[in-house]
Design a protein around this ligand. Sequence first.
Ligand SMILES: *Cc1c(COP(=O)(O)O)cnc(C)c1O
Length: 362
Amino acid sequence: MLIPSALLPRDGRFGSGPSKVPANHLSFDATWMGTSHRKAPVKDVVGRIREGLHDLFRLPHGYEVALGNGGASLLWDAIPFCLVEDRPRAATFGQFSTKAANALRTNPMVSDPVIDSAEPGTALLPRTSEGVDSYLYPHNETSTGAMLPVKRIGGPEALTIVDATSAAGGVDFDAAEVDVYYFSPQKCFASDGGLWFAALSPAAIERIERLTAERWVPDILNMKLALDSSRKNQTLNTPALATLHLMLAQLEWMLEEGGLRAMDARTQASSAIVYDWAQRTDWAHPFVEKQHRSQVVATIDIDLPADEVSAVCRASGIVDIDGYRGLGRNQLRVATFPAVEPADITALLESLTWVGQQLPQS
Ligand SMILES: *Cc1c(COP(=O)(O)O)cnc(C)c1O
């Protein structure tokens, strides 16, 4: 069974990680590929990314952008070494936030983590309690499509640390509300994987400097070394230059289009198309409770076999709309990242409606 080509989106990539990469970002003057990351052409790209993120996020005075190799997953292990004194409190409500919390549980520097958990499909901020020195939660839980506001938690002595991997660049927020806002570039920034980026507040920088001076920290997890390299527009070890190129291309496009407010409006409009369709379609139901529905990753429970729907779509060129495997629901998951054209979302849903007319309902 193949979806009629008149219904199909122009670009069929709707994956929640990695994101669709815009085709025009892949044809570029690549003469600086294969040159030293310690020299000007590459350092200029890193510098433009750091400045561009400053502008895009409207970072307050004193905030700095750091980067390094390893993606957001590496920071899950670096954070307990470099940012958590002893007593973190973290919220979990899906696979990514649970992995982040597990890195706190198992780290030898952390004696007493407190975890607040909620069911997938809902979301919660960590609760406050005495003596907590760092609060951690995801901006957008990519495995379930549940989103939270970025909001400072606890008193002035506590840091607020947000895994923004799938939200950063697609959802507006106030950077003054967060000390560490970290992400990988292969989601809203439509780049390739491999790097992490973090916007760090002065309090976070102070914490990193103090803890890494006091403790043994493996170099690759040492955020002070990462910060030192970042200040020179470099990375501790060799980065993927294509990832940097794609990141900069998307970032410059975002700024030209009107920055974070424009991206926020775009992802809100795209996700509304998906949720409105699910509400109109008798075999589709939004998974996440209304107040936490993500504007960048829409999850839709369906009454048709999701693997069959996904297989028909894949054969027709619509890819990566499967639910998160670890969640184990009969679900479709559609990224409405900035790189995805709203018209393609509409065409995707027309295609799904067609598939629904062909398959027997269960
Ligand atoms: C994708 C994702 C990660 C992991 O990113 P990697 O670059 O693969 O390490 C972490 N957290 C969230 C919320 C994500 O969406």
